[in-house]
Design a protein around this ligand. Sequence first.
Ligand code: PGA
Length: 261
Amino acid sequence: MAEVVIVRDEEEAGELAASAIADLLRARADAVLGLATGSTPLSTYRALARRIDAEGIAVAGVRGFALDEYVGLPAGHPEGYRQVITREVVEPLGLTPELIRVPNGDPATIRTAAEAYEAAIDAAGGVDLQVLGIGRTGHIGFNEPGSSLASRTRVKTLTEQTRIDNARFFDSIEDVPMHCITQGIGTILRARHLVLLAFGEAKAEAIAAAVEGPVSASQPGSAIQLHPHATVIVDEAAASRLEHAGYYRHAWANKPDWQGI
Ligand code: PGA
């Protein structure tokens, strides 16, 4: 099963996730990070930026792959994930922009973009640590319910729920693209360590389904149960529907110091 860590708040979650990433970066100067967008990973990126700064961790050789991108936003659109990743990850962490890839959502090249992205991940030797959020629909990346658990990077249609949830970043829901290009669930499962973060009551059901529900394409997050090294870091509200929360707390409280996450 995934290791579930129930923390006080987003800041503590960010510190914990950032410590695992910092350990990786210290061990491998050319580590490959899987990067999520959305609100959830922001405390992790902030904590990681502080650590890189305070501990002088070398990051010039760090490589990265974003999970997904909208299809059809004008180049340079501030809510395009290329821009979001630049603003929230590349710049604050001081990463090398050329080493950080985002799927290409340009309609002119979309027919070959997915295959090119998979090839780039393979050429990099795969992702070492994949940061994940989860949508209220249960999506990871933009793999909406029904996505094959073996899926690779491809173009998907967003659910209306996801468009509504993401409308807060745009002027109106009409401006939220209908399509995206996203790493598949099979792609995500090939990363060597998954760190799934979720905060707030609105995510409680998706987290319970991901951690304790049946493994099902109807709940894309449940694919983490197939992964040998998945860590789920949640606050109390997001953990509120977990049946075995008491055991997760007990296991975490008694975990040997040397194990890390
Ligand atoms: P959020 O999105 O972090 O903005 O809540 C998560 C997701 O949709 O995967």
